[in-house]
Unconditional design. Structure first.
Length: 306
């Protein structure tokens, strides 16, 4: 029987934020699987992360942040031989954001099957992994597949975010296979175009096997495809600062809602509101709203409750 918890697997990254026109250096916390766990925990779900960080200052900063967000980190390996990965979130003078990644050879990128062998999966509502987890290294892809297989055997549902990153040269067939084998899939409009050729193709293909498909479309909101129905909701307007990690916020809030038994349409509203509110501040997980913030936003959309 499910305990309503969320288990995510993937890398955590330390975030450095800077503006091209000057200003102070900002610190933050990223990594798509880790972000999803943080948002799920913010929404009250028991959330755990499986991954690796370096035994260095940045790795311990990440661990402290995740703990402060009530994310379980007992399954995060502290690697004494590899550094913690970093990415730079650059804000240009035009307001656009650009990302520079320094993760090659990092602890998080080399998670492998042995790291997930003894991870507890019984009672887990959802095990969540991403296309970045599949693309960042072969061992990482093997770890994601192994944990998903074990979780399926113990009755957990599988959640997958495509999160296509062309610079990682992802295997598109592997992405399609992972999505088709999942119960819940999160796919941006850009992801759908890159992997399936169009949103229409993605919906047609995935609707044959996936129970719930969430197609996100930036500040326009998202559409949920489930049981032959399509439910579209617009995102609330916010004072925009930084959209980094917004898709992971959608996934985390949605999964938390579904894990506690909320209907898919209710979960969609919570996910969209969480994603929108995350854009009000700089950074990924450090910008995520509280469950109270999401409740207020949902009520403003029409009384959707948590």
């Amino acid at each position: 029987m499910s305990d309503g918890s969320i288990l995510t697997v993937g890398e955590g990254l330390f975030e450095l934020g800077l503006d091209d026109d000057g200003g102070p250096l900002r610190e933050g916390f990223g990594g798509d699987a880790a972000n999803t766990a943080v948002m799920a925990a913010r929404m009250g779900a028991p959330a755990r992360l499986v991954g690796r960080v370096g035994d260095d200052t940045l790795g311990h900063r990440l661990l402290a942040f995740w703990r402060s967000c009530d994310v379980g980190v007992d399954d995060v390996v502290v690697d004494p031989s590899r550094p913690t990965g970093i990415y730079v979130n650059r804000r240009g003078v035009d307001g656009a954001h650009r990302f520079d990644y320094h993760r090659a050879g990092s602890a998080g990128s080399v998670i492998g099957p042995t790291d997930v062998e003894h991870v507890r999966t019984d009672g887990i509502a959802f095990v969540h992994f991403t296309g970045i987890g599949l693309a960042v290294s072969e061992s990482s892809a093997q770890a994601c597949a192994a944990l998903a297989q074990r979780a399926r055997a113990t009755g957990s549902r599988i959640s997958f975010s495509a999160n296509v990153r062309p610079r990682l040269a992802p295997d598109l067939d592997a992405l399609r296979h992972a999505a088709a084998a999942a119960d819940v899939v999160f796919l941006s409009v850009d992801d759908a175009t890159l992997v399936y050729g169009s949103v229409e193709n993605a919906v047609a293909e995935l609707s044959r096997t996936v129970a719930e498909l969430v197609v996100t479309d930036g500040d326009r909101g998202a559409t949920l495809h489930t049981g032959g129905d399509a439910i579209a909701l617009h995102a609330p307007e916010v004072a925009f600062v930084d959209a980094a990690g917004a898709g992971d916020a959608v996934a985390g809030a949605y999964l938390a809602a579904r894990a506690r038994g909320d209907e898919p349409a209710v979960a969609l509203a919570q996910g969209i509101v969480a994603g929108a509110l995350s854009c009000r501040a700089f950074g990924c997980a450090s910008s995520y709203p509280t469950s109270a913030d999401v409740l207020v936003g949902c009520m403003a959309m029409g009384g959707v409750s948590i």
